[in-house]
Design a protein around this ligand. Structure first.
Ligand SMILES: [Zn+2]
Length: 245
C-alpha cells in the first residue's frame, strides 16, 4: 500500500480500512447504548493470552498420559485429566468473555467469565494512544487527567484502557486513529450546524394569537404584524411583561 494513500474521510469510508481481526458481534451488546454504533470489535488472541498456560496444560496432559501408560492401573489419571480439561475450558470461556470495541462514542473493553469487568472512555476524553508490539501487541488509551464530578476527595482522576493481546495491532492502531479523526470532523460539523440553528432561533418569535413561528427579518409591516393573522408582534420580553402586569 502506498504511503500517500488517502485516509478515509467518512464513517462509511472507514469500513474499507477495518483490520482483519474485526469480528462483528463479539462485543456484548448489553454494554452498547441504543443509537450507538460499533465501528470495530475484536477479541484478544487466544494463543497470545494463554500461551504459557496452554503450554503448561499440554505438558501436564502429556505427562499424565505417559504416567498412566506406565502404570498397570491408573487411579489418578482421569481425575487430573478432568482438572486439566476444566482449566482449558475455563481459559477458553475467559477468552470468550474478553472483547474490545470502538464505537462512535466510546472505547470499550470487557473481560471475565460471567459478569466480568467493563471499562469505557469517551472518545473525546482520550488524550493519548500508544502501541506496543508488532503483530500481536497492545494498545493503551489514556484519558490524561479529567475532572471526576462525583468524587468528593479526589477531584481528578485518569482513566486508562488497555487492549492487550490484540491481533493486527499496527492496523488497529491506524484504524482507531483514522476513526478518531473522522469522528472529530463529524463532531465539528454537528457543532457548526447547532451554532447556526441557535443563531437562527434568535430571530424567531411566536405569534401570541395564531402561534405561527415568524422570522422577524421577514416582517415588513410597520408596526410589526404577524404575516399570517395580522396581529401585532411584540418582542418576547414585552409579551412576558404584559402578561405579568
Ligand atoms: Zn399570528
Amino acid at each position: 500500500m502506498s504511503a500517500a494513500a488517502a485516509r478515509p474521510q467518512t464513517l462509511s469510508g472507514l469500513v474499507d480500512e477495518l483490520p482483519p481481526c474485526h469480528t462483528p458481534g463479539v462485543f456484548p451488546r448489553r454494554y452498547v447504548f441504543r443509537g450507538e454504533t460499533v465501528l470495530f470489535e475484536t477479541r484478544p488472541s487466544l494463543l497470545s493470552r494463554y500461551w504459557g498456560r496452554l503450554v503448561l496444560y499440554g505438558f501436564l496432559l502429556l505427562l499424565f498420559v505417559a504416567v498412566s501408560f506406565g502404570l498397570p492401573t491408573n487411579p489418578t489419571g482421569p481425575f487430573f485429566d478432568g482438572v486439566l480439561v476444566l482449566l482449558i475450558v475455563y481459559a477458553v470461556f475467559a477468552w470468550r468473555g474478553s472483547a474490545f470495541a470502538l464505537t462512535d462514542r466510546r472505547v470499550l473493553a470487557t473481560s471475565g467469565v460471567r459478569s466480568g469487568t467493563f471499562q469505557e472512555i469517551a472518545n473525546d476524553a482520550v488524550s493519548n494512544m500508544t502501541q506496543v508490539g508488532d503483530s500481536t501487541g497492545r494498545l493503551t488509551f489514556d484519558s490524561g487527567v479529567v475532572r471526576n464530578p462525583t468524587a468528593v476527595l479526589s477531584l481528578h482522576r485518569t482513566m486508562k484502557i488497555v487492549w492487550s493481546d490484540l491481533p493486527n495491532t499496527p492496523q488497529v492502531y491506524r484504524y482507531v486513529q483514522d476513526a478518531f479523526s473522522v469522528l472529530l470532523a463529524r463532531a465539528r460539523q454537528v457543532r457548526i450546524r447547532q451554532a447556526l440553528l441557535d443563531r437562527a432561533r434568535e430571530f424567531i418569535v411566536t405569534c401570541q394569537y395564531c402561534n405561527a413561528l415568524i422570522d422577524v427579518r421577514r416582517i415588513v409591516s410597520d408596526p410589526p404584524r404577524c404575516p399570517r393573522c395580522g396581529a401585532p408582534i411584540l418582542p418576547p420580553e414585552l409579551v412576558a411583561a404584559g402578561a405579568s402586569a
